[in-house]
Design a binder for this molecule. Sequence first.
Ligand SMILES: Nc1nc2c(c(=O)[nH]1)N[C@H]1C(S)=C(S)[C@@H](COP(=O)(O)OP(=O)(O)OC[C@H]3O[C@@H](n4cnc5c(=O)[nH]c(N)nc54)[C@H](O)[C@@H]3O)O[C@H]1N2
Ligand SMILES: Nc1nc2c(c(=O)[nH]1)N[C@H]1C(S)=C(S)[C@@H](COP(=O)(O)OP(=O)(O)OC[C@H]3O[C@@H](n4cnc5c(=O)[nH]c(N)nc54)[C@H](O)[C@@H]3O)O[C@H]1N2
Ligand code: SF4
Ligand SMILES: [Mo]
Length: 888
Amino acid sequence: MAAPAQTGAGQISDRGAGTRPCAPIRSTCPYCGVGCGVRLDRDDTGALTVTGDPDHPANRGKLCSKGSALAETAGLQNRLLAPRVDGHDTDWDTALQTVAHRFERTIAEHGPDSVAFYASGQMLTEDYYLANKFMKGFVGTANIDTNSRLCMASTVAGHKRAFGTDTVPGTYEDLDEADLVVIVGSNLAWCHPILHQRVLAAKARRGTRTVVIDPRRTATCDGADLHLPLRIGSDVALFNGLLAAIYEGGALDAGYLAQVDGFDASLMSAMASDLGPTGLDPDLAASFFRLWIRTERVVTIFSQGVNQSSSGTDKVNAILNCHIATGRIGKPGMGPFSVTGQPNAMGGREVGGLSNTLACHLDIENPAHRTAVRDFWEAPRIPDAPGLKAVDMFRAVADGRIKALWIMHTNPAVTLPEADAVRDAIAACPFTVVSDITARTDTARLADVLLPASAWAEKDGTVTNSDRTISRQRSALPAPGDARPDWWHIAQVARKMGFATAFDYTEPAEIFREHAALSGIAGALGRDFDISELSDLTNRAYDEMTPTRWPIAAKRGGRFFADGRSFHDSGRMCMIPVRWRAPAARQAPRFPFRLNTGRVRDHWHTMTRTGLTPRLSAHLAEPFVEIHPDDATALQIAPDTLVELTAPKGHAVLRATITDAVQPGTLFAPMHWTAETAPTGRIDAVVAGATDPVSGQPESKASVCAARAFAAAWYGFAVSSRPMTPTSAYWAMAPSGAGWRAELAGRAASQDWEAEARALFDLPTAQAQVLTDPARGIARLAFREGGKLVAALFVSPQPVGVMRDYLAGLPDEDVLSGRAPLGRPDPGPTLCSCFGVGVNTILSAIESDGLMTVEAVGAALSAGTNCGSCRSEIATLLTSARVNEAAQ
Ligand SMILES: Nc1nc2c(c(=O)[nH]1)N[C@H]1C(S)=C(S)[C@@H](COP(=O)(O)OP(=O)(O)OC[C@H]3O[C@@H](n4cnc5c(=O)[nH]c(N)nc54)[C@H](O)[C@@H]3O)O[C@H]1N2
Ligand SMILES: Nc1nc2c(c(=O)[nH]1)N[C@H]1C(S)=C(S)[C@@H](COP(=O)(O)OP(=O)(O)OC[C@H]3O[C@@H](n4cnc5c(=O)[nH]c(N)nc54)[C@H](O)[C@@H]3O)O[C@H]1N2
Ligand code: SF4
Ligand SMILES: [Mo]
């Protein structure tokens, strides 16, 4: 089978002048922090192809399912093409003047702390640097925070406590050279797929052992040597147990410890700790400890299961303590390794985008650092105390302390905890500016001023990935309409506010040079982040820059901490005594469930890009909640029905996925759905706003809620060649190859399904074929225009049992039966999105051809042979097929 097309349609014809075929351009994937290199090719029709860059050190040519589908998301669908003020398109000058004027007036009347900027780990370093310079240096407030507060803040705080700076010691090569890789609170297989494949390749090549520590059984557990399903929030107890075992097992590194502060207190705390809170079988924990103790080369990967917790910073230090105590840090094949989520989460840390950091890993509370930055920027002022952290920032918006707000490259009305309150706060804010590539987001819909941003393939800059490698993003397409890069939005507003000299940039290279020069000052002040070698890059050298990891090898051997020296004033490493605390929200009879949240394989956050492609939407097409079979039975929740979650501050309705992958009493729901795609699927409406006391990071994985069956009087499945306008109590809509598909449900059945359907599809006159059985509550309707099927609706009192993937293709056949003509099999939900292979197809091939391995499935069906992101799910199907066979 040929490789799937990776060509995006329709980008060029509407982009006007400047479009021409070009030599392959090297750039970086705009999704996760792995930071894979991509090659962008444009043919003479202007169509874009995106392939992996074989020369990039992060991925050596590979891409995961999201990266492989990039070209399909580079079109103009949903793009915001002109600035808008109060809902009306306008010119840039008017929009910029409006923003500058309102910001100036608010500052004049209420002081600089009455304005705020909410930025994003997806902004390029140049954009981010400028946002920080603008707010901290020129507006004069530290009220700039970023969605990295929801993502990396606990790691930043943990690193600073241990190392004196926010330094990630790991490199990707460590994963190739480790003998043990421990994966804590990270679904690496779905969220950092190319790194996961790297770990699996090392396993196949040299027998690397892997351990997964996650309360859920995830795709990452497949093939792991051990899975420790600890209780949510109990990691500190587990790693304290490990530290005690390290001590008892004689695995301390006395030489390294000679340069460490805090060992005795940390050990005492660890010895006083017990494994009770983890709920783990002591033998299982003991085998993990033994493996860790006897394996010198151990890398501990961690991400949101660690960070997004009210004890997130302590979890980070509990992990770091074990590596420091054994001296297993900063040497080949060993070290703690926080993997970053967003493509430029690391760059955001370098520019100091958080409200409690300055720039280049300098500290806002350090007078010498402040003076150095102020002098460098020639800034009129610089705040001497941290500003508001994300959750508090939006509380300040709600209570009126913040009166003007600029949101760039993030969608807080969906992704912050207590999202309904956040949405209402933004709506009530006297002045909100949103810079986005589309107006169709929950946040953009609330903006007073909308500024159109150039998208990923249209702009230039740099990003830094999880292992500190700085890579270029390069433009391959002209920006459509009036879209402009984010740095330009900021520079223009700053200029109009009277800061013309300080924001007199014409291109990103100038900003990058300035950032690199400032890092030299930070380096001279003893900081880790010093890329001043790059401060005199010519424009051409910047254009041609190849991936560069800091510390730049020549200077410090490319590594940190192997020598036991830290960036604390004392130069000593710090172990931090930590004690387990329960998650902030307590389970109670009214809210008996603990709610865990996270990601799915093929979607990126609020889906403004991945949601455009049918291929990526076919893997999981609607919001769902994983619930344990015992709980489902107790609550009389049947498979595929809907579940209603209620929490003190919000509620959600989601499809039930009954599975023992989650523990009894816990639920898992993904974070991706929005008012645009499934209004009751906004899971952050249910998530409480508790935060970590040190980092301010929200506890996105341990809220409490109640669950019950949603009382649906009817369920519906609809397909249409055009977007639909559902109004039912529950709906979720996704693109399909031929148009759109939607799942629907309501509390009361309609008396007139034809009228309902005509309104849903906006087909007042199309020819209808209707089959209803009011007694059984069944209705099936098909609509044709010019004889061609354009829409269909299937209604039933139970979850609708039709062949969804067949119907989604809007076949020109009699579809009222809901099934393909006899003999044509139903492929089922897509598992391999590259080759469009469904679950049923794979299962029947396993059964009929006796396939035993992922490779055999690949050889028979191609599934899993391109990006490989679905390989662990194929392995799970193979296992379950074997289990079924054994049971028969
Ligand atoms: N497909 C996809 N990939 C992505 C993203 C995306 O949206 N989609 N987003 C990117 C971003 S910004 C980020 S931050 C990363 C996030 O990457 P991950 O951190 O891997 O993703 P999550 O699914 O948020 O959470 C990881 C796991 O933490 C577990 N967990 C929950 N509570 C606990 C706990 O108390 N202890 C432990 N040990 N584990 C726990 C959850 O069960 C979950 O499996 O992914 C990046 N990559
Ligand atoms: N319950 C729960 N909540 C979570 C999490 C969780 O695990 N559970 N994870 C948290 C984490 S780790 C993260 S990182 C956040 C992510 O949450 P967000 O950052 O809020 O989500 P995104 O969908 O990535 O939002 C990015 C926005 O930028 C827009 N955009 C795309 N390209 C550009 C561009 O070039 N310029 C501009 N200006 N805009 C652009 C997109 O259209 C979109 O609206 O969510 C957090 N929220
Ligand atoms: S792993 Fe996938 S999403 Fe992450 S950077 Fe690579 S291709 Fe992009
Ligand atoms: Mo993130």
